[in-house]
Design a binder for this molecule. Structure first.
Ligand code: ARG
Length: 257
């Protein structure tokens, strides 16, 4: 009798341990130098992506941890399984789609050229002959390369977008090509500077951000479902308004696949 009770106790303890074990915590990676999507406020990672992730994970019922691992490491980390998800203003591209999976799109973007008054830039083709900064391995780099050519010595590669923008502010480079909302945030944060922004719909196409996961990851279905709910139930608009001060075009976003 006593022995049976002990066994029942042991079994329930094991069951409880399994239920709250850290084993099913999802690890999320980001590069927190891309305000307003993700940046550091002291030790804390804050931004639109951070709030959206929280909403999606809550909806999906997933326990998670968000780590600032940097941009380049995101890609191998998804492959070797040291992270399960990446959220980092990551553009869904055909090349990346060959090696990774993405959720449904959650944000429409395009590129902008940021520069200071006095630099003569009216369209993307004016980048030619200028000293340009981009974050390495981003679609901003690819967009700039499509104008000035790969391996152009005037195209400087930075480890983070924040570093490229800092170099622009210091006058070390003449222009930065980066995502529209990040360029707008730079203008907002430097109100006394004469920062100019130029877009060029002919040379810089629209692109969409998604959460990135390993190729074939079973998280895709769960995340897509949760993301759709968050977009449909108004939570997405709430977060969008908090970070961008305007309402999102939810209908266009939902029609994008
Ligand atoms: N959207 C661009 C890309 O996917 C830039 C993303 C950079 N994100 C970041 N957190 N540094 O290439």
């Amino acid at each position: 009798m006593k022995k049976n009770l002990l066994i029942v106790l042991l079994i329930s303890m094991v069951a409880i341990l399994a239920a709250c074990g850290g084993g099913d915590k999802v690890i999320v990676g980001t590069d927190a130098a891309f305000a307003p999507f993700e940046s550091l406020d002291g030790e804390e990672i804050v931004g639109f992506d951070v709030d959206l992730l929280a909403a999606v994970m809550e909806e999906a019922g997933l326990d998670y941890e968000l780590n600032n691992i940097g941009w380049d490491p995101i890609f191998p980390s998804l492959k070797n399984g040291s992270i399960d998800i990446a959220i980092s203003g990551i553009t869904i591209t055909d090349e990346r789609n060959e090696e990774y999976d993405f959720t449904r799109p959650y944000f429409e973007s395009t590129h902008m050229i940021a520069f200071y008054e006095g630099t003569d830039i009216k369209t993307a083709t004016d980048l030619e002959g200028k000293v340009i900064g981009v974050q390495t391995g981003t679609t901003g780099q690819f967009a700039a390369e499509s104008i000035v050519g790969e391996l152009n010595p005037d195209l400087q590669l930075f480890e983070t977008t924040a570093l490229a923008l800092a170099a622009l502010k210091q006058g070390n480079i003449e222009a930065v090509v980066t995502d529209i909302a990040v360029a707008a945030e730079f203008v907002k944060n430097n109100p006394d500077d004469n920062v100019q922004l130029v877009s060029d719909a002919e040379n810089f196409e629209a692109e969409y951000y998604g959460l990135m996961i390993a190729d074939g990851s079973e998280l895709k279905e769960t995340l897509d479902k949760a993301l759709t709910t968050v977009i449909e139930d108004g939570k997405y608009a709430e977060i969008y308004e908090k970070w961008f001060g305007t309402s999102p075009d939810v209908e266009t976003l939902l029609n994008q696949q």
